[in-house]
Design a binder for this molecule. Structure first.
Ligand SMILES: *Cc1c(COP(=O)(O)O)cnc(C)c1O
Length: 314
């Protein structure tokens, strides 16, 4: 397993960080579900690790092993939970990290709290304009970005962390929920978590994805991630695209109020960019009767708020 030219590989195994796995599964009493005969469970992936929160742990851990001590380079927007998790992993495991950030540097100075945390964790930030960023999966553009970021030798983790290793990492999320729920719902950015979750569930369970970005690309992207990882579509899953609230990082007051109310009912700190949209969607779907009476519904709590107040988007 260890390669002779990369010493200390074992010390870099993320297991040394003592993740809380399997993550806890908790039932909550919420009359918005109970009156429709639905039992609501929270799959507390937000408790896996204080710094590598939620699905970011599941997706990064196999990549950290594969990087085998090389620095990591990855990509994200100014509020990216994935960039923050990668930076934290770098600090905790003593790995170099480089974050390629969408948008001109000037527009990002002073750094927002999320990017400031990345920098404080030792991540070197490299800003690229939006049109270059959009083309980053083209091989020449990627090579040019990596050269400019002085990251030609680094281990590349794609935007949002969703490669086949990450999808494999999320299989365990589904496996932990076998026999525990009928429907498992998760908020989606790239679809990597949904792809692994759905593949890990038992045959009589289904997964439901709530995209937080606007657009109709996610079903194809998720199917493609499963195809690349498993060679075929896996499990039973679907998406409901109605709950993006205007797009990524858009948190209108109504959603903020919903999250605050959920937190006061259940004591769960509700992450706003993903988890609030998921929980809101589940309340609506249950009201609509789309979740049949008798269903045990598990909501995956994929993250925790950062910073404790939601980012303000005009
Ligand atoms: C990154 C993230 C997601 C989205 O995961 P994907 O695998 O990209 O779909 C969901 N919830 C939270 C809290 C996240 O940080």
């Amino acid at each position: 397993m260890t390669s002779p030219d990369v010493p200390h590989t074992e010390a870099l195994d993320p297991a040394v960080l003592h993740p809380r796995l399997p993550s806890p599964l908790e039932e909550v009493a919420d009359e918005r579900f109970a009156r429709h005969g639905v039992r609501l469970l929270l799959k507390r992936d937000d408790l896996i690790h204080p710094d590598l929160v939620g699905n970011k742990w599941r997706k990064l851990a196999p990549n950290l092993r594969a990087a085998a001590g090389r620095p990591l380079v990855t990509f994200g927007g100014a509020h990216s939970n994935h960039l923050r998790a990668t930076a934290a992993a770098g600090r905790l495991l003593g790995l170099g990290t480089i974050g390629v950030v969408r948008g001109d540097e000037l527009a990002h100075r002073p750094l927002n709290p999320s990017l400031a945390r990345c920098a404080a964790d030792g991540m070197r930030l490299h800003f690229v304009d939006r049109s270059t960023y959009r083309r980053k999966s083209e091989p020449e553009t990627l090579a040019a970005i990596l050269r400019a970021a002085d990251a030609a030798e680094a281990y590349v983790v794609p935007e949002g962390g969703s490669n086949s290793l990450a999808v494999h990492g999320c299989l365990a999320l589904g496996e932990e929920l076998r026999g525990r729920a009928d429907v498992v719902a998760v908020a989606c950015g790239t679809g990597g978590t949904l792809a692994g979750l759905a593949a890990g569930l038992a045959q009589d369970q289904r997964a439901l994805g709530i995209p937080v970005l606007k657009g109709d690309f996610l079903a194809a992207d998720t199917a493609e991630l499963q195809q690349r990882t498993f060679g075929a579509r896996r499990g039973t899953w679907s998406l409901d695209t109605r709950f993006h609230f205007g797009g990524y990082a858009r948190v209108p007051d109504e959603l903020g109020a919903f999250a605050a109310d959920f937190e006061s009912r259940h004591g769960l700190p509700v992450e706003h960019l993903y988890v609030a949209k998921l929980l809101y969607g589940l309340v609506v779907l249950t009201e609509e009767g789309a979740i049949p009476p008798g269903t045990v519904l598990a909501a995956v709590i994929t993250g925790s708020p950062f910073p404790s107040a939601p980012p303000r988007v005009p």
